[in-house]
Design a protein around this ligand. Sequence first.
Ligand code: AMP
Length: 605
Amino acid sequence: MKTFEELGVAANIRKAIEEMGYENPMPVQEEVIPYLLGDITDVIALAQTGTGKTAAFGLPVLQKIEIKENVPQALILCPTRELCLQIAGDLSDYSKYIDNLRVLPVYGGSSIESQIKSLKRGVQIIVATPGRLIDLINRKTVDLTNVKYVVLDEADEMLNMGFTESIDEILSKVPESRQMLLFSATMPKEIAKITKKYMQKPKEITIGKKNEGTSTVKHVYYMVHARDKYLALKRIADYYPNIYGIIFCRTRRETQEIADKLIQDGYNADSLHGDLSQAQRDYVMQKFRVRNLQLLVATDVAARGLDVDSLTHVINYGLPDDIESYTHRSGRTGRAGKTGTSISIVHVKEKGKVREIEKIINKKFEQGGIPSGEAICEKQLFNLVDRIEKVKVNEDEISNLLPSVYRKLDWLEKEDIIKRVVALEFNRLIDYYRDAQEIESPSDRSSRDDKSYPRRKDRERSDRSSGGRTAERGYSRLFINVGRTDNVNPATLMGLVNDYVPEKVSIGRIDIMQNFSFFEVPERDAQKVIKSMSKQEQNGRRLSVEIAQGGSGGGSGKDRGGDKGRKNFSTRSDIGTRRSSDYNSPKHSDKSKGRGGKGRKPKYS
Ligand code: AMP
């Protein structure tokens, strides 16, 4: 392994990075730095985030800047404002001992005037998000004609975010003689197009295999029924008491829901998604960075700007649609030489996707078994014991208090004290898991011999066959495959109708059952509701809406005739039943709004 000195890094830069704790170059630095310091023109580097790429391009670029020329000489493009700030901050740290070197971060969402002022004063390096840079180009406040070095960082992300045209436009303003460096975690076709168009005989450097996940990441999947995904998530979080991770969800709505549920269940969690204001996002990210938050529930897009090195876990609450997103998600753990685990909570139908991902990342997933209640309690207990052993005791500060504490506990034996400390921490967890049903894996349904609980299917059957009810006159009674187990209540059910049916629909009677529900809508709207809601997702579970037996109320009964796959279900009338008129109170509207995200008003009349 070479040293930074042997790679040609100048002494004033070495001094700064040594102070930052960089003793030896990371592999990407060892590969890239000599090329950029030498004469080779363009470089494509396939490297995951967290591999040390900022220094790989940053150190040589800093070294090549002509300090006396007070004009932009290097341009670094990146996808998000957070990454932009991070890169600019790193460059400032690396150039601590280079006098008069100015780096300017240029990004949307902050005052353009102050950025213009700084440009007028003169900068040598611009780190920019494409949108804001175009804005500055259009205002003729930035001159790129002296740019000699262009870096496209996280190029695949920039393309994913739709910046292709902006990049084209920006590059057309930069002299063709520039040296160009492109970093990407993956190599989709679109990147190949860019490299062909803009780079001259680029040197291709791959850190790890092409499109391979970082080798320090272990990939594990847990197979559960879709309805058990949330319970499985809680168990995983409980099983790793020191977890510090991001839970990726597919939609903003799901993100908010999962975060809300986790918070309600006592977890140190919060959400990050595009419905939050920039200030709210900054606040949550900061809390997470400083580890005041253990679990961040996020969408892919919102989590992009977050750069944290020490995540223990990334949890995929369902697999993402495209494999590149998986690579990006899992690449957020196992960084900077640490190990990490990428957990995927998947349902049976996603098994094929797991195999596809394995092929691309060239690594096998392990299949995890959802931890039993007993295993979780044991793990938590040993974690507590470990904390007791390792806690730093500030003798001086508590010495005054200790004598009276000793006196008070004098009548207890050491073993009794230990038992009580454990009970203090554990009673809630033990109570919860004592009563909790173990989560059944789809693959071991037949082998399960737990007689203490009726199988979920059996319970469901008995629910479905109890009692009978027909719809009100002029209304159709619809069956939907989510119920109390899915945390559905009348408000959430109305929220779902509201979200997925494009037009206003009035909702009549609602019956929430354990694993499914019924609700009534005017006959004329029934097919529209069925069509709009079926195949949508609620907490990763695909919705199925159909007309229930006896589904039409006293009126024409036309729904009954046209109802192919109708279920022979009827409802028990004693649980969860309310009439629509119950829902008109303001209190209820608030509840509905709170659960499903912002500004959702019930459409019922
Ligand atoms: P990056 O991929 O540039 O975001 O870097 C990932 C992390 O590794 C950052 O926290 C860097 O500060 C750190 N890092 C980069 N290069 C080195 C090095 N040579 N030695 C130790 N840490 C490094």
